[in-house]
Design a protein around this ligand. Structure first.
Ligand SMILES: Nc1ncnc2c1ncn2[C@@H]1O[C@H](COP(=O)(O)OP(=O)(O)OP(=O)(O)O)[C@@H](O)[C@H]1O
Ligand SMILES: [Mg+2]
Length: 397
C-alpha cells in the first residue's frame, strides 16, 4: 500500500546562494554523550522515513482515506520523494530548504553535531548544535510534524519570516530541512538564552528600557518591512547574547492555532490581549495592537521578576484567570522601583481598547525609551551577571 500520488514533484527553484554563517571559535563539547553524532540518527531516520509515512496511522485503508483523517493530507504536502512542499512558497527536504524566490540554505542533518538541549517548548525541542563544515554554533529547533494545516502554516510562516528577516533585533536564520516527519530549522544561537531565565527578581529600569527598545524595533521592522505581526511576544521568545544584544525569535504562530481554546485554557501563562481571549464581533482578526499588549505584559514580567497575573491555579477556576485579564484593571510596574515614565509606557501598551494602544513609532518616541536611547547602558555587563546568576541557581536545583 502506498500513499504515493503520482503527482509531479514540486518544482524546486534551485538557487544556489548560501547565506554566510558567522563562525564561532568557541565551541566546546562537554561530554562524549553530548558529542553524539547526529548522522547515525539521521540515517535511521531516513531509513525509516518512508516506513513511518506508511506506518501511520495503523489500521485500515478506509481509515487512511477517510476525509476526517488529517493524515490523508500527506499527499498535499509530502511528495513521493519525501519532500515537504508548501505550495509554491518553499520546498523542504533532507538536504535543505528551497524558497520560491530562489535563495536556498543548504544545511542538512549530517553536517550537524549535537551539543546540548537548550529548552523545550510546546511544539518541540531546541538544541545547541555544531555545524561542522563551518564550525558555527547554531540553535536547532525541531518541530514534530503533524499533518495539520494550522501547524504547517505556522512552520511555513516562521521559516518564511526568518528567511526574509535581516535586522539586528531579530535572530538570524541559517537553514532548515525536513527528516522523518520533523521539520528542523537552524538559527542564530544566543548564548545567554531567553530573558525568562535572566530577569531574576526583575531588571533595573535602564536595562528594561534598552531591552524594550530592541523589542519594539524588532517588532516595528517586522510590521513595516515584512508586514508581519509576531503573535507570540513573551520573555521566552526574546533572546540575549553575551555581547548584550537582545533579539526576537519565533514569529508568526498561526492565528488559528493561537485562537484555539485548547491552547488558551490549558493553564499556561497567557500573554494574550483581552480582545484575543474574548474577540468582539467586530474585531475577530489579530492585529498589531495585540502584540503591543503582549509587549506590555512582558515588560512588567521583566521589570518585576514575575508574570503579572496570578497563575490559573491560584484562581478557583481558569475562568477567574481569564476574567481577570478581560475585566480587571491591567497590571503595572512596581511603583517603588520604576519611574512614572516607564509606568506610563506600560499603561499605554495595556490599554483595554486595542485602538487606544500606541503604534511602534509612537512607542519609540515615548519619554521612557527616549531617556535611555543614547544612555550607553552596560547591557553586556548585565547579561553576563544575569547569566552567571542563572547558572548558579540552576546548579543549586
Ligand atoms: N536561538 C536560540 N538560542 C538559544 N536558546 C534558544 C534559542 N531558541 C530557543 N531557545 C531556548 O529554547 C527554549 C524553548 O524554545 P521554544 O521556542 O521551543 O519554546 P518556548 O518559547 O519556551 O515556549 P512556547 O513553546 O510556549 O512558545 C526557549 O525557552 C529558549 O530558552
Ligand atoms: Mg519560543
Amino acid at each position: 500500500m502506498s500513499l504515493q500520488t503520482g503527482e509531479p514533484e514540486s518544482p524546486v527553484t534551485g538557487g544556489t546562494t548560501v547565506k554566510t554563517i558567522h563562525v564561532s571559535s568557541n565551541h566546546k563539547l562537554s561530554s562524549s554523550h553530548q558529542q553524539q553524532h547526529l548522522t547515525s540518527r539521521t540515517r535511521t531516520i531516513q531509513d525509516n522515513q518512508s516506513k513511518r509515512v506508511l506506518r501511520k496511522p495503523p489500521g485500515r485503508l478506509s481509515e487512511l482515506v477517510s476525509p476526517q483523517n488529517s493524515f490523508t493530507r500527506v499527499r498535499d504536502y509530502v511528495d513521493p520523494s519525501g519532500k515537504l512542499s508548501f505550495s509554491g512558497k518553499a520546498v523542504l527536504h533532507a538536504q535543505g530548504v528551497d524558497f520560491s524566490n530562489g535563495v536556498s540554505y543548504k544545511i542538512n542533518m549530517e553536517e550537524l553535531k549535537y551539543i546540548e538541549e537548550l529548552g523545550k517548548g510546546q511544539y518541540g525541542t531546541v538544541q545547541k548544535v555544531l555545524h561542522m563544515p563551518t564550525g558555527a554554533i547554531m540553535a536547532m529547533k525541531e518541530i514534530r510534524l503533524e499533518l495539520d494545516e494550522n501547524k504547517l502554516n505556522q512552520i511555513l510562516m516562521e521559516l518564511d519570516i526568518l528567511h526574509k528577516s535581516n535586522s539586528a533585533y531579530i535572530i538570524e536564520f541559517y537553514g532548515a530541512f525536513f527528516v522523518e516527519s520533523c521539520v528542523y530549522y537552524c538559527m542564530e544561537y544566543m548564548d545567554a538564552g531567553s530573558l525568562d531565565k535572566l530577569y531574576g527578581d526583575g531588571v533595573p529600569e535602564d536595562v528594561l528600557a534598552t531591552m524594550t527598545i530592541s523589542m519594539v524595533k524588532g517588532l516595528q521592522f517586522m510590521k513595516d518591512k515584512l508586514n508581519k505581526i509576531h503573535r507570540d511576544v513573551k520573555p521566552t521568545n526574546v533572546l540575549a547574547n553575551m555581547k548584550g544584544e537582545i533579539k526576537l525569535c519565533d514569529f508568526g504562530v498561526s492565528g488559528q492555532l493561537i485562537h484555539s481554546l485548547a491552547r488558551t485554557y490549558t493553564g499556561c501563562q497567557s500573554y494574550m490581549a483581552p480582545e484575543r481571549i474574548k474577540p468582539q464581533e467586530s474585531s475577530t482578526t489579530y492585529t498589531v495592537q495585540s502584540d503591543v499588549w503582549s509587549l506590555g505584559l512582558s515588560i512588567i514580567e521583566l521589570g518585576s521578576g514575575k508574570y503579572p497575573y496570578p497563575t490559573p491555579d491560584k484562581y478557583s477556576s481558569i475562568l477567574g484567570y481569564i476574567n481577570a485579564i478581560i475585566y480587571e484593571d491591567p497590571p503595572s510596574l512596581p511603583v517603588d522601583r520604576f519611574s512614572e515614565e516607564s509606568r506610563d509606557f506600560v499603561a499605554q501598551c495595556l490599554k483595554k481598547d486595542p485602538q487606544a494602544r500606541p503604534t511602534y513609532a509612537q512607542l519609540l518616541e515615548h519619554s521612557f525609551l527616549k531617556t535611555y536611547e543614547h544612555a550607553n547602558v552596560d547591557m553586556k555587563g548585565w547579561v553576563q551577571k544575569a547569566y552567571e546568576a542563572h547558572l548558579a541557581s540552576a546548579n543549586k536545583r
